[in-house]
Design a protein. Sequence first.
Length: 265
Amino acid sequence: MTEIQPAIWKRFSKKQSLERYGIEFVLLLIFIWATQSVDIYWPFVTDAPAQAVDLLHRMTPPSVVFIKAIIPSMIETINIATLSTIFAVILSFPLAILNARNTTPHPIVQMVARVIIVTSRSVNELVWGLIFVVFFGPGVVAGVAALTMRSLGFMAKLVSESIEEIDHGQVEAMRATGANGAKVFIFGVLPQVMPIIIGTSIFRWDINIRQSSVIGLVGAGGIGILLTSSMNMFKWQNVSMILISIFVVVLAGEYVSATVRKKLT
């Protein structure tokens, strides 16, 4: 059994010290340049704590009566998250098959699938919301489409990676028995990736619960529309009640997601 030698402290050499000081100096210059380039208006920054306290006073106490208007919008928000997750799972599965190296029919097909995945993941859900509000108009349909597009790349990437990491011994054994490609995939590949699909779907639903509360800010349905209208009319007590409701729903979604994933693993 080898004995672990204690670490011996050594002073930096002059060259090492100069290199460290040089890096720190460059980082300081970058920080100063970034601070000046964003054109910060410092009186607003120094006044921010006082404004935050004033806003907090206007938001309290929360308007409990307003909960009657919040419940329908919150149900709509949960429905947007659920529908978008279901559509994303359905659409992402064939996309993952085309993107995985061991199941794609051709490199060009894989490249097209990868472009779709990267596009989906690189565009923020608010941007997708703005795009689909133009297509479908404000409302639930735009919200479902936006979160479906945002979730599509997330799901397809994780599922395709799990397909690439399967145990190929099972696949080869089925091929040796004379099974065709469809049977090999259904009985050799799918059972290995199904736990990943289920777990990722639940995790994505949990994420969509939070994101569906935000996309309404651009008119894509859900509680965000009610939040925007309350803020525009300076009804801050209603705003605080909406924020509390969002927090409770997100916390409940987190608990449900964690419980289901725990039972599946």
